[in-house]
Design a protein around this ligand. Structure first.
Ligand code: ACO
Length: 357
């Protein structure tokens, strides 16, 4: 038995190929750089949904379908959502996912997230929601709805590159959760709600906020080594490092770093972050010489989303926005197999005692 199912192949997929030993990531046969440059988020959705969500749609068709779906999502935005903005964003996001109607189409599910998240971010500043512009792609419209004004072109390009980079990654814990739920023939809305729950933990998509907390606490180049040594001596995990599958450098981390650099030579706190990265990798190698612990996608996610101007507690929700079309594709792929996912457990508890005569 493998406690964390590592190495267990639990599904066949045509969606993403993740070969962590060789550092390979493809989506439907497209490498990441090509996907970012030539397809973008809507193009990646078109590729992922092909053959699963009705007739195949082009990137432009996905863009207009999602635009129309954002308008519909805005019109049925539940009134209580504004009230939910008084809660921590993570609580409000669970309510947002739970509010997606049971019979929603893939586009309706995917569109509900940017509209709902942008509205929550506005509502907690006491501002009214901004109606979607269906002519825009998701990245541009989300930033516009969240910030109340059109975003600068470099920020839109950077967010589109981020959404494209993290849209899918094989059987991540959240994707597996979504597939398990879909395998019971539950709705897509139920599958993404479960996927979101699994994403939020710090061992998965909850890491980017804590990466910035770490950089804040370190604060200066001189403090890097003492801070890292103390954290590792306490047995803490360094956020933004290590991965179950990636045993070479995750190409997505490099793609995000390149995207960050395109925002400007001093985008975010890149000088301190690069030095923390270099020394953290060295410290992890010293402490765990038998393991390969590399930078994961969350390290540069945190810097990139901060440089775009998004608040720290929105990082995991924005990750969910990006990953929802991936969960949808996997849920549909799982349902196509018609097979319920239901593994077995080895019972190691007590046995019944003989009853007294
Ligand atoms: N810092 C310190 N030690 C670590 C780290 C880390 N970031 N990652 C792994 N280790 C140690 C573990 O403590 C464990 O040691 P032990 O056996 O002495 O208890 C050992 O390395 C386990 O290594 P793996 O088997 O490679 O790790 P696993 O597959 O169990 O976990 C995970 C992967 C959860 C991502 C882990 O590396 C981690 O907690 N990283 C920090 C959190 C993080 O960055 N999460 C985001 C992941 S990316 C994503 O999901 C989008």
């Amino acid at each position: 038995m493998k406690a964390g199912l590592e190495g267990v192949v639990a599904a066949e997929t045509v969606l993403t190929h993740v070969d962590g030993a060789r550092g390979i990531w493809w989506l439907r046969g497209h490498a990441l750089d090509e996907l970012i440059a030539d397809h973008g988020f809507e193009g990646a959705i078109a590729l992922l949904w092909e053959g699963f969500a009705g007739e195949a749609l082009t990137r432009e068709q996905i863009r207009s379908t999602l635009g129309a779906a954002r308008i519909a999502a805005f019109e049925r935005l539940p009134a209580w959502l504004a009230a939910a903005s008084h809660r921590p964003l993570g609580d409000a996001m669970r309510l947002l996912f739970a509010a997606i109607p049971e019979a929603s189409t893939p586009a309706a599910v995917a569109a509900a997230v940017p509209v709902g998240l942008a509205s929550l971010l506005r509502a907690r500043e006491g501002k009214p929601p901004v109606a979607p512009d269906p002519s825009l792609a998701t990245a541009a419209d989300f930033l516009r709805m969240a910030m109340g004004a059109p975003a600068a072109a470099p920020s839109i390009a950077a967010l589109d590159a981020y959404l494209t980079t993290v849209i899918d990654n094989g059987l991540a814990a959240s994707t597996f959760a979504a597939r398990v739920i879909a395998s019971t023939r539950a709705s897509l809305a139920a599958a993404v709600l479960g996927g979101y729950g699994a994403l939020t933990g710090p061992l998965h998509g909850g890491a980017p906020g804590p990466v910035l907390d770490m950089l804040d606490e370190i604060g200066s180049i001189e403090n890097i080594d003492p801070w890292l040594e103390q954290a590792l001596a306490r047995g803490d995990r360094l956020m933004g490092f290590g991965h179950r599958i990636w045993k070479r450098r995750d190409p997505r981390a490099d793609a995000l770093k390149a995207t960050l650099r395109r925002l400007g030579p001093d985008a975010g706190r890149i000088v301190l972050a690069e030095e923390v990265e270099r020394r953290a990798l060295a410290a992890l190698r010293r402490r765990k010489p038998d393991l390969v612990l590399e930078t994961n996608v969350e390290f540069y996610t945190s810097l990139l989303l901060e440089a775009i101007g998004l608040p720290r507690d929105a990082f995991t929700p924005v990750f969910a926005l990006a990953r929802t079309p991936g969960w949808i594709a996997h849920a549909l792929e799982q349902q196509k197999t018609g097979r319920l996912i239901r593994p077995a457990a080895a019972y190691v508890g007590p046995r019944p005692q003989p009853r007294a005569a």
